[in-house]
Design a protein around this ligand. Structure first.
Ligand code: ATP
Length: 352
């Protein structure tokens, strides 16, 4: 029944016009009554569907932001990313769920999405906090055949996909809401990537990405990777964030001034990720993506502080190399290639 709903929704959405009940029955191999029941359910859930005799059904409007399996599947245009999909109302951590999928044999590209994530994690076990109904939280399971030292670049590949999708979703509208115009805030309006794994708008974090790797028992090959993404989408105001992140976090809604559809955003991120992943796989380096990544790099040619567990230092950020490492030029002119693993990068006087 679930798939029928997604298929019917997809048929209506893709047609953009009336689709007859007969066509739906034939295309999906279900009865007229089954179609009618699904349409009734969809209407109850807030889809505006017009039914006209002799013409059929027309999808007039979808609810503003539902993160249901049907809503996602009916939008999906990818080849493999998200083709197997688990959609939960609530979970602990989508990365942990995806690892379970990895153990249980789910295919490359399987995606786990959750409306509410209770114990999300950032790097080094730090908490990733979300509010019910506001975040797009998902993890993609990958089964790559490449050496383990290449895996950290996948975070950069995903960061690029998210940055582009966020930019498209905001459609150049960042920071021009009436509220912001009224207070006259002078903002940096680009969507940027804070190396390696954060997406930044107006110097604040809108998304975090965490890649985790599981090796085969012999420890000689990657068994699977999970790439978790948390995007603050529909948080209404900074006050909704916990105090400790209020000054450094933002959401797409805060920046754009209106709600966004998380299922549509997920589809766009997955599509872009699929394309970029293929480019990455051609060389197993960032060479084909370096320019696009670097064009969005926060703090390029600016002074940064490198928080290395082995000792903190400052330098000028000179972009990334083909291995995805950040090149930092120190005062004595020495260029250090910083590997993502345990390191964080900050602006000289604050978060960026
Ligand atoms: P760094 O920010 O030091 O470069 P990081 O980017 O790897 O490290 P993570 O460890 O991935 O950061 O993410 C956890 C951190 O993100 C938390 O310590 C907190 O400061 C911040 N954070 C947690 N939840 C959110 C959120 N919803 N929006 C923005 N920032 C958040």
């Amino acid at each position: 029944m679930k798939t029928d709903r997604a298929d019917i929704l997809a048929s209506l959405r893709n047609a953009g016009d009336y689709v007859s009940g007969q066509q739906l029955c034939e295309r999906l191999g279900v009865s007229r009554t089954a179609v009618w029941k699904v349409i009734k359910q969809l209407k109850e859930e807030g889809y505006r569907i017009e039914s006209v005799s002799n013409k059929g059904y027309l999808l007039v409007e979808s609810p503003e932001d539902v993160l249901s399996k049907e809503e996602i599947v009916s939008r999906l245009t990818t080849k493999w990313a998200g083709r197997k999909l688990y959609c939960y109302t609530e979970t602990g951590s989508t990365n942990n769920d995806a690892k379970r999928c990895g153990e249980e044999g789910d295919p490359h590209g399987t995606v786990v999405v959750a409306d509410i994530q209770n114990t999300g994690k950032g790097r080094r076990g730090r908490a990733w906090k979300t509010l019910p109904g506001a975040a797009l939280t998902f993890t993609i399971l990958l089964r790559p055949v490449f050496p383990a030292e290449r895996a950290s670049m996948i975070t950069l590949v995903m960061a690029l996909a998210v940055a582009e999708a966020v930019e498209a979703a905001l459609d150049g509208n960042i920071g021009d809401s009436a509220e912001k115009a009224a207070v006259g805030v002078n903002e940096d309006t680009a969507v940027r990537i804070k190396w390696p794994n954060d997406i930044i708008i107006n110097r604040k974090k809108v998304c975090g990405i965490l890649t985790e790797m599981t090796m085969t028992p012999e420890l000689d090959e990657i068994q699977y990777l999970v790439v978790g993404v948390g995007i603050n989408v529909n948080n209404e105001s900074p006050q909704e964030f916990e105090e400790e992140i209020r000054d450094t976090a933002t959401s797409l809604r805060i920046e754009k001034g209106c709600r966004l559809n998380r299922a549509a955003l997920l589809q766009d991120v997955l599509c872009r990720f699929e394309t970029h992943y293929q480019t990455f796989m051609e060389t197993l380096t960032m060479s084909g993506l370096r320019e696009a990544y670097q064009a969005r790099l926060q703090g390029l040619d600016g002074e940064v502080r490198v928080l290395d567990p082995a000792g903190e230092y400052t330098g000028v950020s000179r972009g990334i190399n083909d291995r995805g490492e950040l090149i930092v030029e120190r005062a004595d002119g020495e260029r250090v290639a910083v590997y993502a693993g345990e390191v964080s990068v900050r602006g000289l006087y604050g978060y960026v």
